[in-house]
Design a protein around this ligand. Structure first.
Ligand SMILES: Cc1ncc(COP(=O)(O)O)c(C=O)c1O
Length: 432
């Protein structure tokens, strides 16, 4: 099929996520149709190559089409692509669970529940937390606390936790109420009845993603852990974005030596190849669900593709690449290089705040006088479109540019990526 025919068929039949489809389908818009990924690069149907500046929406870890992961998926597909996980098991899922648990201190996160994506990984944690409190005699613990600007996914349960009005407001009639917090001080100030109504507290550790790449104060995670322990509230960490090396360690929680009661993983779990999610929890939580069938303690929750062997084989292969390529050990100089590049970029008068956490960066665009651009002008989107012409693909959050490359990016690729953002910024923001 020619690129033109593909574009036309796309515009005729598809509905893309988080996309204003009137603009997408407009006559002057030529959607980029990707056909291939190789390492840090994505290649479109016209043969043009782009650096993958946001790891294909924060998923890719070791680069595209990594031969070891490709081989693992191919081998597994030829053996068993899928089988039910309801009352049955499979080898990759078992082996992966062992490996995931071993990434944490012994006897901490010992149980793995598989699902499909970040939203479901969170949904599982919420339902487990609620049911745990019911099963252990605390049914009044039925609410969750979450933060302003939080993002935990788009299914209704996960979305209820979200603190971004633009995603939230229309669906308030099918959302559950959440105890909304700005910071730790507000958590500490909660009155006793509210505290005792909490089943769990949910946070994106170290950095909030979709809320605008906002960094948390150092030590917050440790403080939250201590507060949750004091008050019998579960600490639920959403590492859907921060997991698998993005912050410089395998998991963000390891930066503060914190182990949560629930840990949600997705995106990078399979190296960013096949949809797969995992919710890890403790033996204490797991034990509460054990009993005679008639006691109705069973967790009645699951999806058709839970424990998918392809996803688990890909995830196992991704962990093997981490070891073989010493991915984590090699991150520190890349993070330093990115820091230096961002410091230089921050000199531009159209750059306001710059926030970095490991290999994740958020760059706020401002007018020359330091004031924000009206969001309706979509300055961030226009800068990213201009950066595309300089060989970089990424997507902003409103007027915050996002750079979150796969961990395999070289120093040179980081330099080129920041250079493309700078070039895009100069083209778009030159006027004001
Ligand atoms: C922190 C966080 N949690 C959850 C999600 C939802 O993940 P998914 O889009 O795979 O459902 C996202 C997605 O961006 C995320 O960044």
């Amino acid at each position: 099929m020619s690129v033109e025919k593909l574009r036309q068929a796309d515009k005729t039949h598809l509905w893309h996520p988080f996309t204003q489809m009137r603009d997408w389908c407009a006559a002057g818009h030529d959607p980029l149709v990707l056909v291939e990924g190789r390492g840090s690069m994505l290649i479109d149907a016209a043969g043009d190559e782009y650096l993958d500046g946001n790891s294909s929406i924060w998923t890719n870890i070791h680069g595209h089409s990594h031969p070891h992961i490709v081989r693992a998926i191919q081998t597994q597909a030829a053996k068993l692509a899928h089988s039910s996980f309801l009352g049955l098991s499979n080898e990759p899922a078992i082996r992966l669970a062992e490996k995931l648990v071993a990434l944490f201190p012994p006897e901490t996160l010992t149980r793995v529940f598989y699902s499909d994506d970040g939203s479901t990984a969170i949904e599982v944690a919420l339902k487990m937390a609620l049911q745990f409190h019911q099963l252990t005699g605390h049914p009044a613990r039925s609410r969750f606390a979450a933060f302003e600007h939080a993002y935990h996914g788009d299914t209704s349960g996960a979305a209820s936790l979200g603190g971004i009005a633009a995603f939230q407001d229309r669906f308030s009639s099918i959302s559950f109420p959440v105890v909304r917090l700005a910071d730790f001080a507000e958590l500490e100030a909660l009155d006793r009845p509210t505290t005792e109504s909490l089943a769990g507290l949910v946070i994106e550790p170290l950095m909030q993603g979709a809320g605008g790449m906002r960094t948390w104060p150092e030590g917050l995670l440790r403080d939250l852990r201590a507060w949750c322990d004091r008050h019998g509230v579960f600490l639920i960490l959403d590492e859907v974005m921060t997991g698998f090396g993005r912050t410089g360690k395998m998991f963000a929680c390891q930066q503060e030596d914190v182990v949560p009661d629930f840990l949600a993983l997705a995106k990078g779990l399979s190296g960013g190849t096949v949809p797969l999610a995992a919710t890890l929890t403790t033996e204490r939580v797991f034990a509460a669900f054990l009993g005679d069938y008639a006691e109705m303690k069973t967790l009645f929750y699951g999806h058709s593709y839970c424990g998918n062997p392809l996803g688990c084989a890909a995830a196992l292969a991704s962990l093997e690449v981490f070891a073989a390529e010493r991915t984590l050990e090699n991150l520190s100089p890349k993070i330093d290089h990115l820091r230096a590049l961002l410091a230089e970029l921050a000199q531009d008068r159209h750059v306001g705040a710059v926030r970095q956490c490991g290999l994740i960066a958020g760059i706020d665009l401002v007018r020359a006088d330091g004031s924000p651009y009206p969001w309706q002008e979509q300055t961030g989107a226009r800068v990213c479109l201009a950066a595309r012409r300089h060989g970089l693909l990424t997507r902003p959050i409103r007027d915050t540019l996002v750079l979150m490359p796969p961990l395999c990016f070289s120093h040179d690729e980081l330099t080129r990526a920041v250079g493309a953002l700078r070039a895009g910024l100069r083209e778009v923001c030159a006027e004001n």
